[in-house]
Design a protein around this ligand. Structure first.
Ligand SMILES: Cc1cc2nc3c(=O)[nH]c(=O)nc-3n(C[C@H](O)[C@H](O)[C@H](O)COP(=O)(O)OP(=O)(O)OC[C@H]3O[C@@H](n4cnc5c(N)ncnc54)[C@H](O)[C@@H]3O)c2cc1C
Length: 415
């Protein structure tokens, strides 16, 4: 299957790197494909890590595919060997183990890393960030005994983990610096409901509160905030992520909070290098300027696009509709499209008070939909937004997107 010539080197064995490698083979690429993965684990999915508490690997089962998948497709998987340098002029990468590997095409799929917690005591035992399988196992083990859990950061991962800890019987406080939860991702209209549901489940939420220090002798015992001192046997922080774009930056490629790529996801500095997933900043028809998205949909779809292009299929611009989900205890939050802060948001209640949708309009047209516990409305939103079917606020008076989509389909059939 492989030839002696340099093939495709993928840096990063996560969701996006896996998508590139598997798509290359599915699309008939028969040159060498090598994935360098810093972590020692088979490529795995991260969403389950914050949605349940796990204490051992067997329990978790997050691998994207079994190990045999790679051998059967002649995909070289170099686990635990990260790429430490890139030389675009020589078209080679150097790995930690000392290999110099030539490439015909390089794909950067290095993901993102958690922003560190910039307060004294952040290095105490019992203080965790959550990104990797190993982080999740350490937190899962800590949750078997922790009574007081403080979650720093009211973002998706923090809130998911807060509900996991609550379900384990721990007392949980979420400390958020800004005046609302999920402030970067969610409309204020939906946030109010999310907050109310978490509080109803017994999660204490402190917004507009800064963490000043973590204290304890060796192990964390207290979180000192701008207003109070909170007892803490376990602290988990999730205060945002930064792209792992240093390989590209050090190699002289254009980088601006992510590797800058064009609409085909090629580095704007070097057409033989692509970047996909959390580490890439790309143009998108749904966004005003280049965006960097952190989601499974984005990582997967970008990997497919690049894999197909390198395999020789006609190049296409990246236009996939962004969508996202987050499971937080009894809340299933789903987002389709990209909302801007200036969009008009209209809230609608479904056929039960647990179901909510927020429709975001820009220049009079629907651009994004946030739903709570209403998967059918989310799917209808995806279908309509993907097809760029124009939907106005008037179209949605007294009806739902699901009903609107059905009515429009019926009209198409009649016509
Ligand atoms: C706890 C958690 C829960 C999440 N839940 C959801 C969810 O519910 N829904 C959703 O849509 N998204 C969710 N996400 C986001 C989603 O998982 C990411 O957007 C997705 O994994 C991005 O894929 P990626 O391949 O770009 O990065 P990653 O999956 O992070 O993979 C990048 C890999 O590259 C490796 N790497 C980095 N540098 C090098 C190097 N120099 N050499 C070799 N390897 C390197 C890293 O170690 C890492 O394994 C979640 C993320 C986390 C952390």
């Amino acid at each position: 299957m492989t030839s002696g010539a340099p093939g495709v080197v993928v840096v990063g064995g996560g969701q996006a790197g896996f998508s590139v490698a598997s798509t290359l083979r599915a699309s008939g690429y028969d040159g060498p494909v090598t994935v360098f993965a810093a972590e020692p684990h088979l490529p795995y999915q991260r969403p389950p890590l914050s949605k349940k508490a796990h204490t051992d690997h067997d329990d978790l089962r997050v691998s994207l595919v079994p190990e045999t998948f790679y051998g059967e497709r002649d995909i070289g998987l170099r686990l635990g060997d990260d790429v430490v340098a890139l030389d675009p002029a020589a078209r080679t990468v150097r790995t930690r183990s000392g290999m110099s590997v030539p490439y015909a095409h390089l794909v950067l799929a290095t993901g993102a890393r958690n922003r560190p917690l910039p307060v004294p005591g952040a290095d105490l035992d019992g203080v965790h960030a959550l990104r990797s399988l190993d982080d999740a196992l350490a937190i899962g083990r800590a949750l078997t005994t922790a009574r007081d859990v403080v979650v720093i950061g009211g973002g998706f991962i923090g809130l998911e983990l807060a509900r996991v800890a609550r379900a384990r019987g721990a007392g949980v406080t979420v400390v958020e610096l800004t005046d609302r939860l999920l402030s970067r991702a969610l409309s204020a209209e939906v946030e109010a409901h999310v907050r109310e549901r978490h509080e109803r489940a017994g999660v204490r939420i402190l917004t507009g509160t800064a963490v000043r220090a973590l204290e304890g002798s060796g192990r964390v015992e207290r979180v000192v905030t701008s207003d109070a001192v909170l007892p803490a046997g376990l602290v988990v922080y999730g205060i945002g992520a930064a792209p792992r774009d240093e390989l590209a930056r050090d190699a002289g490629l254009a980088v601006d909070d992510g590797v800058l790529v064009d609409e085909q996801l090629r580095s704007v500095s070097d057409r033989r290098i692509s970047a996909v997933g959390d580490c890439a900043r790309h143009p998108h028809p749904h966004a005003a300027g280049p965006v960097r998205l952190e989601s499974v949909q984005n990582a997967t779809d970008q990997g497919v696009l690049v894999g197909r292009r390198i395999a020789g299929q006609p190049p296409a611009p990246y236009e996939s509709l962004p969508w996202f989900w987050s499971d937080q205890g009894d809340i299933k939050l789903q987002i389709a499209g990209l909302r801007a802060p200036s969009d008009d948001v209209r809230l609608a209640v479904g056929d039960s008070p647990e179901r909510l949708a927020a429709y975001a309009f820009r220049d009079g047209l629907l651009v994004a939909v946030e739903t709570l516990n209403w998967p059918a409305e989310h799917l209808a939103a995806r279908r309509l937004l993907e097809r760029r079917t124009p939907v106005t606020a008037a179209d949605l008076t007294g009806t739902t997107l699901g009903a609107l989509a059905r009515a429009r389909r019926a009209a198409e059939v009649r016509a």
